[in-house]
Design a protein around this ligand. Sequence first.
Ligand SMILES: Cc1cc2nc3c(=O)[nH]c(=O)nc-3n(C[C@H](O)[C@H](O)[C@H](O)COP(=O)(O)OP(=O)(O)OC[C@H]3O[C@@H](n4cnc5c(N)ncnc54)[C@H](O)[C@@H]3O)c2cc1C
Length: 415
Amino acid sequence: MPDIDIAVIGAGIVGTSTALWARMRGHRVLLADPNPPGSGTSSGNACTLATYACLPVNDPSVLTGLPKLMVSRDSPLAVSYVHALRNPRWMLSFLANCRAARARTIAGQLADLLSHADAGLNPLIAEAGAEDLVVARGQLSVWSTEAGAQGAEAGLALRQRLGIPFTELSPEQAREMEPGLRLPIERAVHFPAARHIRDPEELVRRMHARFLELGGTWRQSTVTGTRAHDSGVEITLDDGTYTAGHAVLAAGAFSKRVRGAGAERLPLGTERGYHLLYAGEAARVTRPVGWGEGGFYAVPMARGLRLAGTVEIAALEAPENAGRLDYIARKGAEMLGPLPAPDSHWLGFRPTMPDALPVLGPSPTSERIIHAFGHQHLGLTLGGLSGRIVTDLAEGRQPNLDITPFRPSRSFAPL
Ligand SMILES: Cc1cc2nc3c(=O)[nH]c(=O)nc-3n(C[C@H](O)[C@H](O)[C@H](O)COP(=O)(O)OP(=O)(O)OC[C@H]3O[C@@H](n4cnc5c(N)ncnc54)[C@H](O)[C@@H]3O)c2cc1C
């Protein structure tokens, strides 16, 4: 008999959600991470339960704008050409998924998944006693140029077809909703079903604390490898070896580094993103506000005003890019008026497959190892649901939604 039923590798929002779901269902669960729970990419994001955010970064406009994006300092998307040349498989697959028909299919698949997101996360919020961290004021998206407003049309029409609720606002209505906005407003849309978390790291901490209260096992240790056999999986940690019935790989952008789990062969990349925190400035906005052309959100959160977002396609190991932080500071002042010097800054690593879909399902190497990574811009939103789905799979149950688009064995650059 194995030491435990389910071993979860990585204690970000995805891994901790999995551990809590599995423990709530009575399984013997081990959760391992060398770092404190929720302290990685899950800590510094834009805090939004973005159930409306089904449009992938992959978009036909990336194909036409790529050469400019690779050199511009004034764009929310930056691409390191050295990294691109070193990773042709990921880049070519990413570009293949930017074709209009593919982008529409991906949006539909993400919208389906997102429609179940709250049902996957709400029970964990309740179990962890974290309702006080959740704010239900929707999300406001604004565009400040005529070109941006027109460019948003196709995506909004697609969202409408996919059944995502939103309300078009006049510029005056948007300013009434968020009087702190200083940028010109050409178009504004409110997504009423969105919520935000006042402190995502604290949410994961509380979920972790509840997991421990329920008798889960925690090891602050790196998982260096997994070895599957017919009746279970051997998990090697820095400080020992365990046998488990199943292992769930939820190490975010670092999942390829766990040897033997089958992620080594998958085209997992990263979209790096940044935030700046202004401690005393939370009252500048009252809900997450996304600026279309700026590519980032202004979010009122427990620690202050967080300006979070942008995409930098570069290596996990590449140094922090001061130009990206400077961009957010400059654009933040355009969006909200003069701001003091930020109190802190942060770089995080979105785990991103080239087709912008998460990976949820049995590893190509063994049914005993289940993959749960690749949540790109949506891990906070989809972590709870992903935890429930992979717990179902470990139990041999069929999840209550179609997860075939997310299987690890899919083709990542379909023609
Ligand atoms: C700027 C920015 C803004 C964002 N805004 C939003 C948003 O508003 N809404 C939203 O839904 N999403 C948002 N996201 C995306 C979201 O933050 C991520 O998708 C999510 O945090 C990924 O969670 P994870 O658990 O997969 O990874 P992580 O949080 O990175 O957790 C992975 C964990 O695995 C651990 N690990 C690594 N290697 C090992 C190993 N060998 N053994 C054991 N453990 C290991 C790491 O230490 C880490 O703790 C944003 C991301 C960024 C960067």
